[in-house]
Design a protein around this ligand. Structure first.
Ligand code: G6P
Length: 481
C-alpha cells in the first residue's frame, strides 16, 4: 500500500529479453523519475504498463523493482489502446495534426479500439484502487490515461486525484470532432480528478474552454474567476452532487546542476571531439527531437535550405546537426515522416554540399551523450514545433551550451510562454521567417548571445522536476478530503 501513487503508460524501468532468456533492466530518466524521488521510497508506488515482451516476461517471473507495479495487459487490447487510440486519435487531436480531407474517421473499428482504451484505463484504475492507502494522493499522467480519474473516483471516492497532461490540450473545435458520447466520456474521465495540471496556462485554458457538457451524464461548465487563483470546471453528475475540478499550469523545468553533470562526463567529451572534427570549426545549428509529427522537422530543413539560398554567405560556414530519434515506428505515418526527414536532408546535401562540406548531419540514433555534446557546441538551437506541450530541449540547450546559443523558438512550443523574451520567435509555418531568424541567430554578437543564454537558462531552471512534482502533491494534500 502507498500514500503517493503515480500512474503512467511508460514506467521508469523496462526489460529486454535476451536470446539466452535473461532479462536486462533499463532505467529511464525524465522529469517524473526525478520528481517522484522527492517522496520517500516506502510511501510511493508507480503503476505502469508492460510495454513489450521483456516487460511481460518480467511480470510473469515476478521480477521487478521495489515501488513499481507493471500491468500485464492483453497485448492486442494494449496495441488498440496505445497505438489505435492514444497515439492515433488523442495525440492527433491535442496536437491538431489531422489531414482533414482524409482524417479522422470514427467508424466501427474506432469504437472497437475505444473499448480497449476503456479497459486498459480500467486496469490502471483497479490497480491504483487496490494499492492506495486511505486518502492517498494519486497523480495520473497523460492522454493515455484520461479515463482513469473518473474510473478511480467511482472505485475509491476517498482518494485525492490529480491528472497531468504532458501534451497540449485540443481546442474546442478540434475536440468536437470526436463523436459526442466519446467526447463526453473523455471529459468526464478527466473531471474525475480534483486537479488537472498542464505545462502552460494556454493548454489549461483550452481544457476549460472544452469542458462544457450538458448531457445525460450531467453538466459541466468552465469557470474563470478574475483576481482569484481558482480556475477550473464546476460539474454536477447524474446523482446531482456538485463538484469542481481545479485546472492549473505547472510548467516543468530542468534540473540545471544534474544536466550539467551529465553533459560533462568523459563519454560526452569524446562525442564532442568527434563532432568538432565533423563540423570542421564551422558554426552549428542544433536541433534534437523525437521524430514526432508535431516537431516540424521538415519545415526546419526547408528553412535551412532557404537560408543557404538567400544568404549564400553561410555556405561552407555552417553545419546543421539534426538528431531525429525514431519514435512510434509501429505507425505508418511516423515511418513515412522519418523517411521524409532523411530524404530532405539528403537532397539538401546533394544540392549544396561540396567535397569539403556536408551541410546537414542527421543522426537517427537515440544517443543522449551525442545530443549533449551537440548542446554544448550549439551556436544556434532550432526548436520549431507546430504544437508541443512544453519542449524541454528548448530549456536544456541554453543550460548546457558552452559559449551561449541563440534560440530560435516557435510560438507552438509551450516553452515559448516562459522563454519568449530572450528567444527569436517564429511562426512554425513560416519558413521564410524561420530562415531569417536563423540568419539573425547566426549573426548575433557573442556578448548578446551570452546574455540572452544566461537569462534563458535561469528561466529554464525555475521549476525543476522535484519542485514541479512537490507543488502538485502539496496542492492535492491541501484539499479537503
Ligand atoms: C511525448 C509527450 C509525452 C508522452 C510521450 C509518450 O514525449 O510529450 O507527453 O508521455 O510522448 O511517448 P511514448 O514513446 O511512450 O509513446
Amino acid at each position: 500500500m502507498a500514500s503517493v501513487l503515480v500512474a503512467s503508460n511508460r514506467g521508469p524501468v523496462s526489460y529486454v529479453l535476451g536470446d539466452d532468456g535473461s532479462l536486462d533492466a533499463r532505467r529511464g530518466g525524465g522529469g517524473l523519475v526525478s520528481g517522484l524521488s522527492a517522496v520517500s521510497a516506502q510511501d510511493r508506488l508507480w503503476v505502469c504498463a508492460a510495454l513489450g515482451e521483456g516487460d511481460r516476461e518480467a511480470v510473469r517471473r515476478g521480477v521487478g523493482e521495489p515501488g513499481v507495479r507493471m500491468l500485464d495487459i492483453d497485448p492486442e487490447a494494449y496495441a488498440d489502446a496505445y497505438n489505435g487510440i492514444a497515439n492515433s486519435v488523442l495525440w492527433f487531436l491535442h496536437h491538431h495534426l489531422y489531414d482533414i480531407p482524409r482524417e479522422p474517421v470514427f467508424d466501427a473499428e474506432f469504437r472497437r479500439r475505444w473499448e480497449s482504451y476503456r479497459s486498459y484505463n480500467r486496469a490502471f484504475a483497479e490497480a491504483l484502487a487496490a494499492e492506495a492507502d486511505g486518502g492517498a494522493a494519486v497523480l495520473v499522467q497523460d492522454y493515455h490515461l484520461a479515463l482513469v480519474p473518473g474510473q478511480l473516483r467511482a472505485l475509491r471516492p476517498d482518494l485525492r486525484i490529480a491528472h497531468f497532461s504532458h501534451t497540449p490540450w485540443a481546442s474546442p473545435e478540434y475536440l468536437r470532432m470526436l463523436p459526442q458520447d466519446i467526447r463526453e466520456e473523455l471529459l468526464w474521465g478527466m473531471l474525475g480528478a480534483d486537479e488537472l495540471g498542464f505545462h502552460t496556462w494556454g493548454w489549461a485554458s483550452s481544457f476549460i474552454d472544452c469542458a462544457s457538457v450538458d448531457g445525460a451524464d450531467g453538466t459541466a461548465r468552465g469557470v474563470r474567476r478574475s483576481g482569484d487563483p481558482w480556475h477550473g470546471v464546476e460539474h454536477r453528475g447524474r446523482g446531482g452532487t456538485k463538484r469542481h475540478t481545479r485546472v492549473r499550469a505547472y510548467p516543468l523545468g530542468v534540473d540545471g546542476e544534474e544536466l550539467r553533470r551529465l553533459a560533462y562526463r568523459p563519454e560526452v567529451d569524446e562525442k564532442l571531439a568527434a563532432l568538432r572534427t565533423e563540423t570542421g570549426g564551422r558554426k552549428t545549428i542544433v536541433r534534437v527531437d523525437r521524430t514526432e509529427l508535431s516537431k516540424n522537422i521538415l519545415r526546419g530543413l526547408h528553412a535551412y535550405r532557404e537560408l543557404l539560398t538567400t544568404h549564400p554567405e553561410w555556405r561552407d560556414g555552417v553545419v546543421h546537426l539534426a538528431s531525429a530519434y525514431p519514435s512510434r515506428q509501429d505507425l505508418e505515418s511516423y515511418r513515412a515522416y522519418t523517411a521524409a526527414v532523411t530524404e530532405l536532408a539528403d537532397e539538401i546535401n546533394a544540392d549544396f554540399g561540396t567535397a569539403a562540406w556536408q551541410p546537414v548531419l542527421v543522426s537517427v540514433e537515440d544517443d543522449f551523450p551525442r545530443s549533449l555534446a551537440a548542446y554544448r557546441m550549439a551556436d544556434v538551437a532550432l526548436v520549431n514545433p507546430v504544437r508541443d506541450g512544453m519542449n524541454l530541449v528548448a530549456k536544456e540547450i541554453p543550460v548546457v551550451s558552452e559559449a551561449g546559443c541563440a534560440l530560435v523558438l516557435s510560438t507552438g512550443a509551450g516553452a515559448h510562454e516562459e522563454l519568449k523574451d530572450d528567444a527569436l520567435t517564429v511562426n512554425p509555418f513560416d519558413v521564410t521567417e524561420t530562415a531569417e531568424a536563423l540568419h539573425r541567430a547566426l549573426s548575433m554578437p557573442p556578448a548578446e548571445r551570452a546574455d540572452r543564454t544566461k537569462r534563458l537558462a535561469a528561466a529554464a531552471t525555475a521549476l525543476p522536476p522535484q519542485r514541479w512534482f512537490l507543488n502538485q502533491l502539496e496542492a492535492l494534500e491541501g484539499l479537503e478530503p
